[in-house]
Design a binder for this molecule. Structure first.
Ligand SMILES: [Zn+2]
Length: 174
């Protein structure tokens, strides 16, 4: 979904996500690496010269494997949106490098901002490095399967630091 920045009115553009189109779901799935069931929220797009600012809030309900117990579980992720976009063409190479280090600043090419990329980026930023049933935003009150019973059946997909693994091994032998 390409947004022509020339068509952003002075008072800004409001986009609601109550009646969600497939591209929004797809964009959210790219960012969240899970099956997105529902999206709600709204975005405000403002233009200040060549700077495009996107604010508002966007949440997604998704089903994704828990990084702790491997169960497919319902999560709710997202939150406030605070993203800025500057024209890629105008940025000098050094500037680009600087801004690439800043997660909240993206680029647009020509006179269009890709809203799908905005949605993907927002949700990618909202995704914790480890998404578990203990995380804030998990939709159920507790893990459906205790980690201890599961741990004995499957290998931990996120092994601890190998230095600690050595310590653990030594302790067992003592
Ligand atoms: Zn879990």
């Amino acid at each position: 979904m390409l947004l022509n920045i020339e068509k952003i009115p002075d008072e800004g553009l409001n986009i609601t996500f109550d009646d969600v189109e497939p591209w929004v779901i797809q964009a959210a799935q790219v960012g969240l690496e899970g099956k997105v069931l529902r999206i709600d929220g709204e975005l405000e797009v403002h233009r200040k010269g060549q700077l495009i600012e996107v604010s508002g809030a966007l949440h997604a309900e998704l089903s994704r494997a828990c990084d702790r117990c491997s169960e497919d579980l319902p999560f709710r992720l997202g939150g406030p949106v605070n993203l800025s976009y500057v024209p890629f063409d105008d940025a000098a190479p050094e500037e680009r490098e600087l801004q690439e280090g800043d997660l909240d600043v993206g680029f647009y090419t020509g006179s269009t901002v890709d809203l799908a990329a905005v949605v993907s980026e927002h949700f990618a930023l909202s995704l914790p490095t480890r998404l578990t049933c203990e995380a804030e935003g998990f939709a159920l009150p507790a893990c459906v399967r205790p980690a201890s019973s599961k741990a004995s059946q499957t290998q931990d997909p996120f092994p601890v630091d190998s230095r600690f693994a050595v310590l653990k091994h030594l302790k067992l032998e003592n």
